[in-house]
Ligand binder design. Structure first.
Ligand code: AQP
Length: 353
C-alpha cells in the first residue's frame, strides 16, 4: 500500500531512525515498513540518525560501545525488513558531515519561538528543561537539514513527527525567501529548497503502549511490557500481548465502536497494519469476539510477520563486516548528493569556497 505515491511528484524520499536501542513495533509499522513500500516507486535515502541519538543524555543512548552496536542494529532492521541497499541508499548520518554543516545554517534561519513550540522537545526535556542539551532543542533543525540536503519531497514517518515536518517546510520557505535574490543570481530559479510532505498513512501511524492506550509505544519506556521489540521471540510476544491492557467489552463490529476504547483501537490497528488490511475489514471478522481469542490471533500474526525479520536482524548484527560495508558504501553515495547541495547553499549564503 503506497497511498498513490507518485514518483513524478516525489522523486526522492528521505527518512531516518535513531540508534537509541529497543527498536519496536511502532518504529516498524509507523516508519520502517513504509520505507520498504516506497522502494518500488521512488529513489530512497534511509539514514541511521546517530547525530540525533546523542541529543539525549549519554545514559539514554548508552555510551560509545552501545551507540556503535545500536547503529548496526538499526541497519540490520532496515535490511531484514527488506530495504535494498544496492538500489537505494542506507548510511549513518555522522559519516556525511554536510548534515551538521547545513544544520548550522538552519540554526541561523530557524527562530527560537518555532523551536519553543515543539512538543517532542517539551516531552523529552521534561520538567527540567534547563538541563536539556542545546542539541535536543535544535533537533528539528538537524532533521530539516537531513531531508533538505537530499532535496527530498516525501518523508515517511509516524504521526509524532508531523510537527517537525511542518517546521522543515517553514525553514525551507524562510531560506528561499531570505536568499531569494542570491538564489536567482546563482541560477537556482525561484526556490533552492523544495517543500516537503510527510507520508503518514495507514492504521498504525501512532502505535500506543501495550500498558497504557494514552501513551505512545516508545523505546525509552522503562517497562519492556509496554512494547513489542523487533527481536522478541514467540513466547515474549505472546506474554506481552496476553498482558496487554484491554477493556471488558467484546470487540465491536465497526470502527465507530472503537471510539473511546484506546486499547482496543490500538490492538485492532496493529492487527490491521501487520495483515495489510483495513480496520473495518478486521472488525468484520472479529466483531463480537473476546479479547482472549483476538489476542491469540494477533500473537500468531505478529510472530508470523516479525519472527523471520527478528531472526534475520540477529544474523546481520553478528555479521559486522557486511553491515559496516553497507553503511560505508551508502555514505559515499549519500555524500555525492549532499556535497553539491551544500556547495550551492554556501554560494547562495555568500561563503567563499
Ligand atoms: N509508537 C509509534 N508509532 C508509530 N510510529 C512511531 N515511530 C516511533 N514511535 C512510533 C516512528 O519511528 C520512526 C523512528 O523514530 P525515532 O527513532 O526517531 O525515535 P522516536 O520517535 O523518538 O521513537 P521512540 O520509540 O518514541 O523513542 P523515544 O522513546 O526515545 O521517544 C519515526 O518515523 C517515528 O515517527
Amino acid at each position: 500500500m503506497t497511498d498513490a505515491i507518485d514518483a513524478k511528484f516525489h522523486p526522492r524520499v528521505f527518512s531516518g531512525v535513531q540508534p537509541t536501542g529497543n527498536l519496536h513495533l511502532g518504529n516498524y509499522l509507523g516508519a520502517i515498513k513504509r520505507f520498504v513500500e516506497m522502494q518500488d516507486v521512488c529513489d530512497c535515502v534511509y539514514c541511521v540518525v546517530d547525530l540525533h541519538a546523542i541529543t539525549q543524555p549519554v545514559s539514554v543512548w548508552g555510551g560509545p560501545k552501545q551507540l556503535a552496536s545500536n547503529i548496526r542494529e538499526v541497519t540490520a532492521a532496515f535490511l531484514a525488513a527488506g530495504i535494498d541497499p544496492v538500489r537505494h541508499i542506507v548510511f549513518n548520518q555522522s559519516r556525511v558531515p554536510e548534515h551538521a554543516e547545513l544544520a548550522w545554517v538552519f540554526n541561523c534561519i530557524a527562530r527560537l519561538g518555532w523551536m519553543e513550540r515543539m512538543t517532542q522537545f517539551k516531552e523529552k526535556a521534561g520538567k527540567d528543561r534547563e538541563r536539556a542539551s542545546l542539541g535536543l532543542f535544535a533537533y528539528p533543525s538537524l532533521m530539516a537539514a537531513d531531508i533538505l540536503l537530499y532535496k527530498a519531497t516525501a518523508v515517511p514517518v509516524g504521526e509524532d513527527q508531523k510537527q517537525h515536518l511542518e517546521l522543515t517546510r517553514d525553514i525551507a520557505q524562510k531560506f528561499n525567501n531570505d536568499f531569494a535574490e542570491s538564489i536567482r543570481d546563482h541560477g537556482f530559479g525561484d526556490a533552492f529548497f523544495p517543500m516537503t510532505a510527510p507520508l503518514i498513512h495507514g492504521p498504525a501511524t501512532r502505535v500506543m503502549s501495550l500498558r497504557d492506550g494514552a501513551k505512545k509505544m516508545s523505546k525509552s519506556d522503562p517497562s519492556d511490557l509496554s512494547r513489542i521489540n523487533l527481536t522478541d521471540d514467540r513466547d515474549t510476544i505472546a506474554q506481552k500481548l496476553r498482558k496487554a491492557k484491554t477493556d471488558p467489552e467484546p470487540l465491536p463490529s465497526e470502527p465507530a465502536g472503537l471510539e473511546g476504547r484506546p486499547e482496543a483501537q490500538n490492538l485492532v490497528g496493529i492487527y490491521a497494519a501487520l495483515a495489510g488490511r483495513t480496520t473495518a475489514d478486521v472488525l468484520a471478522e472479529y466483531g463480537g469476539a473476546q479479547f482472549s481469542g483476538f489476542k491469540s490471533a494477533l500473537t500468531d500474526l505478529a510472530v508470523d510477520k516479525l519472527g523471520p525479520m527478528g531472526a534475520e536482524m540477529k544474523r546481520l548484527v553478528a555479521d559486522t563486516t557486511h553491515v559496516d560495508g553497507v553503511l560505508a558504501a551508502g555514505a559515499e553515495r549519500a555524500a555525492a548528493i549532499a556535497r553539491p547541495v551544500m556547495d550551492g547553499v554556501k554560494d547562495v549564503v555568500g561563503f567563499l569556497r
